[in-house]
Design a protein around this ligand. Structure first.
Ligand code: ADP
Length: 374
């Protein structure tokens, strides 16, 4: 029986690239993700050829949209610098580091010099994803790792505010940029390049090309871990990013209550669909400790994320309490792990960071051999 993917490939065979080659034969298509009437894939081309490919992208989208049962289609056009792609891909695959991406396609090319990229994600906004991302990054740095932060939340970039960065990145020649360095970490955010008040409207393909540029056209140097603050939610943009960014794993942030957990569950399902390992869940805004009387109140409930993690078979990474100090330090541009590095919050974040580091190390190891005893 023909699958939706087969139908999509058949439809794409009628669309040709600028030189007349049918699209599936160009070698430029990513794995096709088809789920519940939604279809996503990307076409990766040399940066110099983007203009010729834009109409191909549009025709591909139309061809797939015309298929019965397809309700939405997103085709991202991703630009690679000439020559860079194959050169970057080979060593990664040779080293055995490439995990099969959705459906067995190779994982996207890594960033030279960056050992691991992890996403910090949430099913919805406002759960403290960016707060956790920046403090987790600082805590990983405290463990002795060389850390970078990529603020990929292009709809609401937080890093300029969280790290009080008002400088613009300097050019490294051509289209390349140097990241801004704060607290010993390399930081890049779309927020450094646009004014805070500028409304940002992104079409699907633009989202990916902005992220690709921040990933691949920034002089990140040598990093042990790059922490990516993802846009909230589990929509098309997030799925494409999870598919296109060479992620080693993801950390899901949720508040303890049921509604947020439903979204967190969607997030986990999304990463699993594109074969990105879920390193675990962080429960943010867990218990509230009154700064005046010390009474604990579970404003959003407590323990929900731990139960959910157990239920879904993913690690529980730890709890972060709802504490006014965390918000105040964030607002002041000095996240709590940097501002109070001996405090209780810094300690909890370092414990979370240690679990993330160990989870990453475990992902890098080959799966244990299963021996069946006779
Ligand atoms: P998201 O990235 O999920 O939209 P943010 O990290 O921007 O969320 O956090 C939303 C708001 O909640 C911010 O004002 C932040 O300072 C605050 N906040 C996040 N986590 C905590 C916490 N554990 N305790 C107190 N305030 C928090």
């Amino acid at each position: 029986m023909a699958t939706v993917k087969d139908d999509v490939l058949n439809a794409l065979a009628a669309v040709s690239g600028p030189d007349g080659t049918p699209l599936p034969a160009t070698g430029k298509l990513s794995e096709i993700v088809a789920d519940d009437g939604k279809v996503f894939f990307s076409i990766t081309v040399d940066a110099a050829a983007v203009k010729q490919w834009e109409s191909v992208r549009a025709r591909a989208e139309r061809a797939v949209r015309a298929l019965p049962g397809v309700t939405s289609v997103m085709v991202a056009l991703t630009a690679e610098r000439a020559g860079g792609r194959t050169a970057e891909r080979r060593p990664q695959m040779a080293a055995g580091a490439a995990r099969p991406h959705a459906g067995g396609a190779p994982a996207p090319a890594g960033i030279p010099g960056v050992a691991a990229i992890i996403a910090v994600a949430s099913g919805k906004g406002g759960v403290g994803k960016s707060t956790v991302a920046v403090n987790l990054a600082l805590a990983l740095r405290d463990l002795g790792l060389k850390v970078g932060i990529l603020d990929a939340d292009i709809y609401g970039p937080s890093m300029p505010k969280l790290l009080a960065i008002r400088d613009k990145p300097e050019s490294a020649g051509g289209t390349r940029l140097y990241p801004i360095v704060r607290h010993g970490m390399a930081v890049m955010s779309i927020g450094f390049l646009v004014e805070e008040e500028t409304p940002m409207i992104w079409r699907g393909p633009m989202v990916m090309s902005a992220i690709t540029q921040m990933l691949r056209e920034v002089e990140w140097g040598t990093l042990d871990v790059m922490v990516v603050d993802m846009p909230p939610g589990t929509g098309d943009a997030q799925l494409t990013m999870a598919q296109q960014v060479p992620l080693k794993g993801t950390v899901i942030v949720s508040t303890p209550q049921d509604l947020a957990l439903i979204d967190a569950r969607r997030g986990i399902a999304m990463f699993r669909r594109v074969n990105v390992p879920v390193l675990g869940i962080v429960e943010n805004m867990s218990t509230f400790v009154c700064p005046h009387c010390g009474t604990r109140s579970d404003i959003f409930g407590h323990g929900g994320a731990r139960h959910e993690a157990e239920r879904l078979g993913v690690p529980f990474l730890g709890e972060v309490p709802l504490d006014i100090a965390i918000r105040e330090k964030s607002d002041a541009g000095e996240p709590v792990v940097a501002a109070e590095s001996d405090g209780v919050h810094a300690q909890s974040f370092r414990a979370i960071a240690a679990r993330v580091r160990d989870g990453l190390a475990a992902e890098g190891r080959p799966a244990p051999k299963i021996v069946v005893e006779a």
